[in-house]
Structures are given as C-alpha cells and as structure tokens.
Design a protein around this ligand. Structure first.
Ligand SMILES: [Zn+2]
Length: 210
C-alpha cells in the first residue's frame, strides 16, 4: 500500500520530520494523515488495500473521498463488502475515485452509474458547466446520492455538474387507485338515500322492492 505519508509513519502513528514539514507546507492535509493511519490498520481486515495507492483523502459533505492511484479504484469498488468495511474503519461514508483527468474522477465517483458522455459547456455568462449523460433512467432506487456526488465533485474539483439520464424517468401514470369495497358502498348508498328518488339505481338494492 502506498500512502501520502511514509508507510512507517502510518504504522507507528507519528509523522517523521519530512512528512511533518509537508503537512505544514500544506502539501498534505490532516485528512490524508488521519486516513493513512487508519488504512494501515485496516489492511489486515481488507487485504485488497495492500495493492492500492492512496493519493489523497478529502473530507467533503461530511464524508470521505479517497483518491486512488490509476487502476486502483476498481480493486475496491468491485467488492461492496470492501466499501462497507472501509466505512466501518473510517467511521464515515467513503467514496472511491482515481487520480487523472476530471472525467475519470467523475466516472469512478459516480460508480456504479455508467457515464455515457461528459462535455464541458460554456454558458453565455462565461461560466462553465460539465454535462454528464448517465446510462439508463433516473429512479428513486439509485445506488448513490446524486446530489451529494455533485456537491463533492464541486468541492474537490470546482466543477458544476449537470447530470442527465439517457432515458426519461419511468413515471407511473395517474392510475386511480381502485376504490376499496367499503368506500364504494358508502358512496353509492349515500347518493341513493340522499336523493330519495326511485331511479333505476335503487332496483338492485336489497329491501327496496317488496
Ligand atoms: Zn514520513
């Protein structure tokens, strides 16, 4: 496992003067240090961590984002159990992504949603937005919180994301619920009694004829 600090420092839980200086210069943060200390312990329970490189760790929206080395994200994301265990060790929800360009960062962060296209669009006011097209359709059962993902990407990458889905939402048509038996009877009875007419509706009512 590679960490933003020396692995030895992480094992003993104390920074060497070199890492201490990097922390002071702001090259690494206390979140990098805190996460490194924990991951080095977690590797006994999560052996998949042994083959990854943690590049940086960020705190965003009260959750943790681990930016891994190129090719490492799938090693953890492929096993939902690993993500659960990481959450237990780190005490917060954990998002996994990779270093590299913005597209790669976004694609992994949005896993297991599948990004079809990603375009930067310049708006008339000079600002830019990143338009992301996701495969499938939106649903209330999406495996991740899209709004939170957007905020995290904005916090870390400074990108405004506009997420669209390939297909429209499967809206349920306004199918009226079937009246419950009791409800229906009450309505019909009320109408018949209230009007007091001898219309054809009364014909089938028990006791109305005799
Ligand atoms: Zn060190």
């Amino acid at each position: 496992m590679k960490l933003p600090i020396c692995t030895t420092d992480a094992r003993i839980g104390v920074l060497c003067p070199k890492c201490e200086a990097r922390l002071e210069r702001g090259e690494i943060t206390s979140v990098d240090v805190e996460v490194s200390f924990i991951l080095v312990k977690a590797v006994r329970t999560i052996p998949q961590l042994d083959s990854i490189a943690l590049i940086r760790a960020y705190e965003a929206e009260g959750e943790l984002v681990l930016v891994l080395g190129s090719g490492d994200a799938r090693k953890l994301l492929s096993d939902p159990d690993v993500i659960r265990k990481l959450r237990d060790f780190l005490g917060r929800r954990v998002w996994i992504t990779e270093e590299g360009d913005d597209r790669r960062f976004i694609e992994y962060l949005l896993h297991p949603l599948h990004v079809l296209t990603l375009n930067t669009v310049w708006l008339p006011d000079g600002s830019r937005t990143t338009r992301v097209l996701i495969a499938g359709r939106p649903s209330s059962k999406l495996p991740l919180d899209i709004e939170k993902a957007k905020k995290i990407i904005n916090d870390i990458k400074g990108l405004e994301l506009e997420i669209r889905f390939e297909r429209p939402s499967r809206k349920k048509g306004i199918v009226p619920r079937q009246y419950r038996a009791g409800h229906g009877r009450k309505d019909r009875g009320g109408n018949w009694m209230g009007r007091g007419t001898t219309g054809s509706r009364g014909a089938g009512v028990p006791g109305s004829s005799g």
